[in-house]
Design a protein around this ligand. Structure first.
Ligand SMILES: [Zn+2]
Length: 281
């Protein structure tokens, strides 16, 4: 047999090879092989090293809220393309693809729900949709969530996961920072609690606006939280930056966060905080 034919010849498949990747997952932090079902039952927290793997918006809803308590209120605001932005793809095409994948118009899901019986307005950012970036539709949905909380006299909880402002919407995207902050001002004036949960990653204009303006700022362990990337900061400050300076634990030590909470304890911690703040209002 000619040598090239030998290498092209198909090898017989091992009987179990197709099933193995389905059943096992490798921890991206410690490399442990974990049975997928165990990882999911543990809310995607590694049972060996406690690394918090990213979870989808749907998984977040399931892990945070009481079963069947969610009533969606977002989805009517659709993003626009005011700048007719084109990079390697037109922005409209990118949006269409992300919308088809996620089944929602933009990178946010908001609505009413209960955490251990406490009623609240909840907004979740979807990192899988365009990096959870905030354009005008995401900003508008956040404002509506805050206004709904005021209208129904309920607390607001936002779970952040975002790369920051959406580049393709330029200044329209940056305006959302001021717009969301104004809505939070109305919430504060109504003496209603606002809690934010920063998950991996929370960066850019989201960190610089509503994510870090909460009454209590919580974060998941090991989450990347910052404004600019480390290289930009290093070049600007001309200083060597400390190890892990943009991770939850460092930021807790330096006063940017109030609590770092394990995902498995998040519902009970949020419930305790909401009960406490309700009494204080
Ligand atoms: Zn691990």
């Amino acid at each position: 047999m000619a040598l090239d034919k030998f290498f092209r010849r198909k090898r017989p498949k091992a009987a179990v090879s197709e099933d193995v990747p389905e059943l096992w997952s490798k921890c991206s932090s410690c490399g442990a092989q974990i049975y997928k079902r165990d990882l999911e039952a543990n809310l995607k927290v590694c049972p060996v090293c406690s690394h918090h793997h990213r979870i989808s918006v749907e998984e977040r809803l399931r892990t945070l809220l009481d079963p069947d308590s969610f009533e969606p209120r977002s989805g009517s605001v659709h993003p626009r393309d005011p700048l007719h932005f084109v990079d390697t793809l037109p922005y409209t095409e990118r949006l269409k693809r992300a919308q088809q994948r996620s089944g929602r118009p933009d990178a946010i899901l908001a609505g009413l729900g209960r955490i251990q019986g406490s009623r609240l307005v909840l907004a979740l950012m979807d990192f899988e949709f365009s990096g959870g970036s905030m354009g005008s539709a995401v900003g508008e949905e956040l404002v509506r969530a805050a206004d709904l909380a005021v209208e129904l006299h309920l607390p607001l909880v936002v779970v952040c996961a975002s790369g920051g402002a959406r580049m393709q919407e330029g200044a329209y995207s940056l305006m959302q920072m001021a717009k969301t902050i104004a809505a939070l001002g109305r919430l504060a004036a109504a003496r209603l609690p606002y809690l934010s949960v920063l998950t991996d990653p929370t960066t850019g204009g989201v960190t610089a606006s509503f994510a870090t303006l909460a009454d209590v700022i919580l974060a998941e362990p090991g989450a990347l939280i910052g404004f600019a990337g480390p290289r930009v900061i290093q070049q600007t400050m001309r200083q060597t930056l400390p190890e892990g300076f943009q991770r939850s634990e460092f930021l807790l030590q330096h006063g940017l966060l109030d609590l770092v909470v394990d995902r498995r304890q998040l519902p009970s911690r949020l419930h305790a905080l909401l009960s406490l703040l309700k009494g204080a209002a």
